[in-house]
Design a protein around this ligand. Structure first.
Ligand SMILES: NC(=O)C1=CN([C@@H]2O[C@H](COP(=O)(O)OP(=O)(O)OC[C@H]3O[C@@H](n4cnc5c(N)ncnc54)[C@H](O)[C@@H]3O)[C@@H](O)[C@H]2O)C=CC1
Ligand SMILES: O=C([O-])CC(=O)C(=O)O
Length: 328
């Protein structure tokens, strides 16, 4: 019933082969699989991956509409071969040999919903997809975008443990949007060029579990306590603002790290021992094999210390919810 669609990136197969053999001598072969590729995040993410010169093979999987997305993206004149896969029967082929799997599959929230309200639907989707990852590409890096990230990351961790292939360095919850928002809001208030701003965001990816560390923001600015409180709240509510405004969806990848670029430091929700919770977002140093180092939180202001204590109960229960679901 479902058909795979193969679309090569250049206008003729010969050109494509030449292009790829030239590319493979200079840049390693990398297969990236996107699960949920036909969705609001999946489509622009597929475009970004097609533009990424580090990717040689792009596998676009969804339960619907992948032939059109694969055809559209596949005709872009960049290195990677693009193949669209549709339906569960194609999942194995979509995943085989993948070096990186990015998962934006599932439902997004509507106004009035929390990310946790998505758990009942998305946890099942994630469990199914991650069981297939364990089987067909057990060595892949996995970037989880599907919400609620605080719970959907512990689910594959449990599934991978049971399958005997869990490598905690290779599993990421994508929290980059929180950093992106914190930088944008900070730049506005501090009146500094946004491109120069850095702000770590720790904790998780929902409401109060999102904790921007503006005390560590650079360039430094002398902002009042009230402004910092408002900036923190705005960062925590950034996703909700977008949902309410229906203004589109964000996406982000850690794909730079798959080519072994040294010293890439990003905030991500990963297995962690820096506080007592087993998953926590903080700055991590990335390398070819995933997380090379989870960095210390650094000095926190009193306001941030309070925020850290306040986020722990919710984050703990979201993690436990994911773990319980994966084991039932
Ligand atoms: N981590 C983050 O920063 C962010 C996470 N999200 C989350 O990402 C997820 C996706 O959001 P959108 O792309 O806007 O939603 P969407 O509804 O536009 O796309 C989701 C796609 O997943 C597909 N899908 C559903 N079940 C599937 C399955 N079993 N296998 C493969 N594909 C399946 C759908 O057919 C659809 O194409 C949501 O859970 C959303 O909350 C959204 C924004 C930021
Ligand atoms: O808020 C949402 O539902 C989507 C999301 O995670 C974000 O935009 O940060």
């Amino acid at each position: 019933m479902f058909r795979s669609v193969l679309v090569r990136s250049s206008s003729s197969a010969k050109q494509s082969l030449l292009h790829r053999s030239f590319s493979s001598s200079s840049v390693p072969e990398r297969k990236v699989a996107i699960l949920g590729a036909a969705g609001g995040i999946g489509q622009p993410l597929s475009l970004l991956m097609k533009l990424n010169p580090l990717v040689s093979s792009l596998s676009l999987f969804d339960i619907a509409n992948t032939p059109g997305v694969a055809a559209d993206v596949g005709y872009i004149n960049t290195r990677s071969e693009v193949v669209g896969y549709m339906g569960d029967d194609d999942l194995a082929k979509a995943l085989e040999g993948a070096d990186l799997v990015i998962i934006p599959a599932g439902v997004p929230r509507k106004p009035g919903m929390t990310r946790d309200d998505l758990f009942n639907i998305n946890a099942g989707i994630v469990k199914n997809l991650c069981s297939a990852i364990a089987k067909y590409c057990p060595h892949a890096l996995v970037n989880m975008i599907s919400n609620p990230v605080n719970s959907t990351v512990p689910i594959p961790a449990e599934i991978f443990k049971k399958a005997g292939m869990y490598d905690e360095k290779k599993l990421f919850g994508v929290t980059t949007l929180d950093v992106v928002r914190a930088k944008t809001f900070y730049a506005g208030k501090a009146n500094v060029p946004v491109a120069e701003v850095n702000v770590p965001v720790i904790g998780g990816h929902a409401g109060v579990t999102i904790l921007p560390l503006f005390s560590q923001a650079t360039p430094q600015a002398n902002l009042s306590g009230d402004v910092l409180t408002a900036l923190t709240k705005r960062t925590q509510d950034g996703g909700t603002e977008v949902v309410e405004a229906k203004a589109g969806k964000g996406s982000a990848t850690l794909s730079m790290a798959i080519n072994g670029v040294p010293d890439v430091v990003e905030c991500s929700y990963v297995h962690s021992t820096i506080i007592e919770l087993p998953f926590f977002a903080s700055k991590v140093r990335l390398g070819k094999n995933g997380v090379e180092e989870v960095l210390d939180l650094g000095p926190l202001s009193d306001f941030e210390k309070e925020g850290l204590e306040a986020l722990k109960p919710e984050l703990k229960s979201s993690i436990e919810k994911g773990v319980k679901f994966a084991n039932q």
